[in-house]
Design a protein around this ligand. Structure first.
Ligand SMILES: Nc1ncnc2c1ncn2[C@@H]1O[C@H](COP(=O)(O)OP(=O)(O)O)[C@@H](O)[C@H]1O
Ligand SMILES: [Mg+2]
Length: 251
């Protein structure tokens, strides 16, 4: 079972799009996928058309040890999804005061072994929910946009990752950085890609996710890109990302 945290403390870089569409891409390669929504904004949950407010229990209940992941997982597009609701913000506050607050998700995941991939969509900060993901995961996938200050915020992220590796999770590895919303024809995009390549070497994935309007539209229909527009650049790119992760294997 490969457990991947999709994270970047910047918002709007494509974490949620990548979690949903990589998950869907892997499912199409016959992998069994579990998606975890760890963001109180619940964008992953809404993008898959799940009505979290109608559910009795979501991610927060798992972290407060009121139930197990399997109790709240719901099936969408042949993937299993553990949804979040806005109440997860309150859970994060409550968690701060409990024992083993950094390892709640790791403990919950230890009850589960029936998936090939567990993909965790993190919130845009390095708080306790993200910390739980970094402690529970063995792999990190970092989506980033090719823009001027992107490298600077990655520096901060890598410091945090090192601290986690030296503490709660020595097994954590960077599987890759994936560029999102990429425009091949923009010089700034190509230059940023080059400097990311210098900094990360092989950890910069070959697949880039192009800017593609269908990727922005799909969530409003509660669909992943393969259901919504199977013949789009977005579907091609996320298929390639799924294949690249399978080809590379766990780091
Ligand atoms: N490759 C892409 N092309 C066009 N729009 C995209 C692409 N990736 C993401 N988006 C859109 O950009 C916005 C932010 O993406 P999202 O995945 O929610 O980022 P994050 O989870 O990091 O905040 C969303 O409206 C999403 O639909
Ligand atoms: Mg998001």
């Amino acid at each position: 079972m490969r457990t991947i945290a999709v994270l970047n403390q910047k918002g709007g870089v494509g974490k949620t799009s990548t979690s949903v569409n990589l998950g869907a891409g892997l499912t199409r390669q016959k992998q069994r996928v579990l998606l975890l929504d760890l963001d109180p904004q619940a964008h992953l949950t809404y993008s898959l058309g799940i009505m979290a407010h109608e559910l009795p229990r979501t991610m927060g209940a798992v972290l407060m040890e009121e139930c197990q992941l399997a109790d709240v997982a719901t099936e969408v597009n042949e993937m299993d999804v553990v949804p979040a609701s806005v109440s997860l913000a309150g859970t994060e506050v409550d968690l701060a005061g409990v024992l083993s607050r950094e390892t709640r998700l790791k403990t919950a995941l230890s009850e589960i072994d029936d998936y090939d991939f567990v993909i965790m969509d993190c919130p845009p900060n390095l708080g306790l929910l993200t910390l739980n993901a970094m402690t529970a995961a063995t792999e990190l996938l970092v989506p980033m946009q090719p823009e001027f200050l992107a490298l600077q915020s990655l520096g901060k992220l890598m410091e945090t990752v090192k601290a986690i590796q030296n503490g709660w999770n020595p097994d954590l590895k960077l599987t890759g950085v994936v560029m999102t919303r990429y425009h091949r024809h923009k010089r700034l995009n190509r230059e940023t890609r080059r400097s990311i390549k210098e900094y990360f070497g092989d950890a910069l994935l070959e697949t880039t996710i192009r800017d593609n309007i269908s990727l922005a539209e799909a969530p409003s229909f509660g669909q992943d890109i393969f259901n919504y527009k199977p013949r789009s650049n977005g579907a091609d790119d996320y298929r390639n990302l799924a294949l690249e992760l399978l080809r590379r294997g766990a780091p």
